[in-house]
Write a protein that binds this ligand. Structure first.
Ligand code: UDP
Length: 231
């Protein structure tokens, strides 16, 4: 693997608190990503916004405006995580699909490639820049655009199951599942828009549990314990 995109949910940053940031949790992620970068792997990061806000959070405000708040939440998350990454010795840059003054830089494929070539971790913040989308779609879109080899989906759950293991004790985890099956059975690896985009552009996704010790590094070093979504 030469270039990977790692997706973290907003809640993953919050630890037990489920909201805001948990520095220890993010530091553990940072140290693992550093190991990959030190091995010469180019790492892009996409982070959700659910630890602050979702477009569906309020029924009383306009959805487009609510989604704008959600996109801004993902930028706050990226600024925070980027700084923790820097504190453990990585170089980073944050790209957004819209201007945020000097806080971030405007996304382009060329710019992303330039930063990757310099050994920087590239944060793709602000989702797609459009309402009614999600950071799931954002990560698949950016992975396709920058020609990543694979998307790593670090989740609260340790893989893809044929039923919800919290509700069904007979639920079985897949070692491998095709994107067609994910879509046909609505297995919710990523949302449907993102799933179709991944299928049509043949972007594989590997799902694993963020809370398992050293799981990000293990995923790329042959000790993978999650589910591979094949395309
Ligand atoms: N969002 C958006 N467009 C995007 C990405 C995100 O409007 O391209 C907004 C949307 O409101 C979403 C929120 O940002 O609810 C947080 O993103 P995330 O993907 O974490 O949302 P979730 O899928 O958990 O709702």
């Amino acid at each position: 693997m030469k270039r990977i995109l790692l997706k973290l949910s907003g809640e993953a940053l919050a630890g037990e608190k489920k909201t805001g940031f948990d520095e220890e949790t993010v530091r553990k992620v940072a140290l693992q990503v550093k190991e990959l970068v030190d091995d010469g792997i180019q790492v892009g990061i996409v982070i959700g916004g659910g630890n602050f806000w979702r477009g569906r959070s309020s029924e009383n405000i306009d959805r487009t405006k609510a989604d704008q708040i959600g996109m801004l939440a993902t930028i706050m998350n990226c600024i925070y995580v980027s700084e923790i990454f820097r504190s453990v010795g990585m170089m980073t840059n944050i790209l957004t699909p819209f201007e945020c003054g000097s806080f971030t830089k405007l996304f382009s494929k060329d710019r992303a490639n330039k930063y990757f070539a310099k050994g920087m971790v590239v944060f793709f913040a602000g989702g797609t820049g459009h309402p009614y989308f999600s950071t799931d779609t954002g990560v698949v879109l950016r992975a396709i655009e920058v020609e990543a080899d694979v998307i790593l989906l670090a989740k609260a759950i340790d893989g893809v199951y044929n039923a919800d293991p919290a509700k069904d004790p007979t639920a079985k985890k897949y070692d491998e599942v095709s994107i067609d099956e994910v879509i046909a059975k609505n297995l919710q690896v990523v949302d449907m828009t993102a799933s179709i985009l991944a299928r049509d552009n043949k972007m594989p996704m590997w799902v694993f549990g963020l809370n398992e010790e050293n799981s990000i590094v293990n995923t790329l070093k042959g000790k993978f314990n999650g589910t591979k979504v094949t395309v």
